[in-house]
Design a protein around this ligand. Structure first.
Ligand SMILES: [Zn+2]
Length: 305
């Protein structure tokens, strides 16, 4: 029924609150998308994702060639299995995601960590298309990171490469991981809200604090400046180690781009990369679709589409 009819790729972003599904062409152009609240339990989550894929494909009159999934937590991308999941997920650690999807849909499925998928998506079809050496930073409830080096994802021997959210050296506040002073404690949404209250501010969400900062309130502007400078510091450390040329930033906190970006740039002006070359700082252009599109791009690569 549409020009896209034929073989499409499904991309799925499984998050703690919502599951986002996109159907893409093999050029990674999105032809349909849908979102559903994340149900409890691994089987229920897969049923919800597969249900949406089936509905979207039927509406397009198309066949799905394969499914890519980006999921939070530590994943075994080769085995298609969740290894470690946060407390928000029920019956998810140990879940064999790709086997469950293939059993239901009869097509190949692939699993990635969500931040790795975000970075892959922005390189394949987003803000930093075609870059060979980049780092992704997701400023959400927590802070996630991922590395792309020499034209491919680098996730390290334990899948933990690029986890800059838990890099130390940013004060002494308690981190979600139980340790102190990690980047996440100044740059994640929930933590930024805590820092604002500690500065004497009201109990507000990140977006509301951003509005106050934009209106000129000093304490509100201060927490974003601290967050932005901390992200700049993390970028400086990463570039000193692996010489990345490009950074892509996403996640809910990055909605306050006009507050964050100047502080990141300010830090990098104070501490320029040893290469002497500027680092490109880009805001995600795929937004809420980035993880799903990145997961779909893995399917394209694996299946040679
Ligand atoms: Zn931590």
């Amino acid at each position: 029924m549409t020009a896209a009819a034929g073989r499409l790729i499904a991309g799925v972003d499984i998050g703690g609150t919502a599951i986002q599904v996109v159907l893409c062409t093999t050029e990674l152009d999105i032809v349909a998308r849908a979102t559903v609240a994340t149900p409890r339990g691994g089987d229920a989550m897969i049923d919800a994702a597969v249900g949406l894929i089936g509905e979207l494909a039927a509406a397009q009159g198309a066949v799905v060639a394969g499914v890519g999934v980006g999921a939070a937590g530590v994943v075994d991308a080769d085995a298609g299995q969740i290894l470690v999941a946060s407390d928000t997920f029920v019956d998810w650690a140990g879940f064999r995601v790709t086997a469950a999807i293939s059993a239901r849909l009869g097509v190949p499925a692939f699993l990635e960590n969500d931040v790795n998928a975000f970075l892959t998506g922005e390189i394949a079809a987003g803000a930093i298309r075609g870059e060979a050496d980049a780092v992704a930073i997701m400023l959400g409830t927590g802070v996630g990171g991922a590395l792309w080096l020499g034209g491919r994802l680098f996730d390290g021997p334990h899948g933990a490469a690029g986890e800059i959210g838990h890099m130390p050296g940013f004060g002494d506040a308690l981190c979600s991981c139980g340790r102190h002073g990690h980047l996440e404690t100044v740059a994640a949404g929930r933590q930024l809200e805590l820092r604002y209250r500690e500065a004497g501010g009201a109990e507000l969400r990140t977006a509301e604090i951003a509005q106050r900062a934009a209106a000129g309130e000093a304490d509100a502007a201060g927490v974003f400046r601290t967050a932005g400078r901390a992200v700049g510091q993390a970028i400086s450390v990463v570039s000193a180690l692996v010489d990345v040329t490009t950074v892509v930033i996403g996640g809910g906190v990055s909605q306050a781009w006009d507050l964050l970006e100047p502080a990141i740039a300010e830090y990098l002006a104070d501490e320029p990369p040893v290469s002497g070359l500027p680092i490109r700082i880009a805001r995600s252009t795929l937004g809420k679709d980035a993880v799903a599109v990145g997961a779909a791009s893995r399917v394209r690569r694996e299946l040679g589409l």
